[in-house]
Write a protein that binds this ligand. Sequence first.
Ligand SMILES: *Cc1c(COP(=O)(O)O)cnc(C)c1O
Length: 382
Amino acid sequence: MTEVFKKNIQLIDLNAQLNFIRPNINAAINKVIEHGHYILGPEVVELETKLAKFCGVKKCITCANGTDAISLLLMAKGIGPGDAVFVPSFTFAATAEVVAGRCATPVFVDSSYDTFNMDPESLNRAIKKAKEIGLTPKVVIPVDLFGLPADYDEIQSIVEKNKLILFCDSAQGFGAEYKGRKVGTIGHATTTSFFPAKPLGCYGDGGAIFTNDDELSEIIESLRVHGKGTDKYDNVRIGLNSRLDTIQAAILIEKLAIFENEIDERERIAKNYTNMLSSMFKVPDVPLGYRSVWAQYTLKVENSHREGLIQFLKSRSIPASIYYPRPLHKQTAYQGFPIATENLPISEKLAKEVISLPMHPYLRQEEQNEIIKALHDWNYSK
Ligand SMILES: *Cc1c(COP(=O)(O)O)cnc(C)c1O
């Protein structure tokens, strides 16, 4: 071959990461295959200890995926029919799905235009709305969307005033910080996902719950193994089969070892995007005291221009993606559930305007330059 192989720019480049740590990953997987403790083996315990230490929380309980992680919390608190659980509409479906799955009612809350995250003002209205229609307000689940922590001080005070429970869906935000605290230490409990494309991902499905509440953590440990009591053939509650595979835990231990450096790289890359693009695009806002883990780097462009921009980038082999094209309260499966106000104008506007650029810790400088140049060229040509 005479042609030099040039790899296309990836939205998230897991292969570049693998190339960096391949021997360690191979050794870690082999070790599990050899010792044979495939379910809840020693690597699971080691990972849970390391993850809890990483964010500075007492307990970490891993489970099968980030969706189950939220589900397990709702099960532990006995959330069910007649209960209102407040979730953003502008998020991935799992946040609301688990609520409906428990036969409770998701009540959709609008988001803030600048941060993409749950708007406390809209949360207040949603609580009022839930009471008006005869539901019992129980839980608030803010999402750390695109890696940026939600507005926790404001939300926490609303939660306390209304005697609710705060569960944080940090599937996209593990590693992020809020006013000096790592995600995982906020609220009654926090969940995350190790889906491959998340900031800390494994090579399959995986999830975890973080809490300082010993009693809650014991219930979760029981629930994830069919509601076990003294052993798995003693069933004291109805649970799930929801465990993180030992092989995935072993992989995550290797990835956690480089995670802090990766967060620094993500931050450096995000800052460069912002410096180079802020004069012509609406770039993502990081409020003072917040540290995003940059699960996505998301611009907002006028709806009438968005498809054109995607096609322009595509013509230069640059992928871009829309998270999320439709807010949940407009989705077939969820349109019957209550919403905070007559409509959720910001969620609807965001769904029309967002566009996420390639973002991962291994994005090379020349690749990022290409992306930035394409965006500048498009801006002048439009
Ligand atoms: C990915 C994601 C989940 C679900 O995680 P899985 O591990 O895929 O089940 C939940 N909430 C949000 C906001 C997510 O992005």
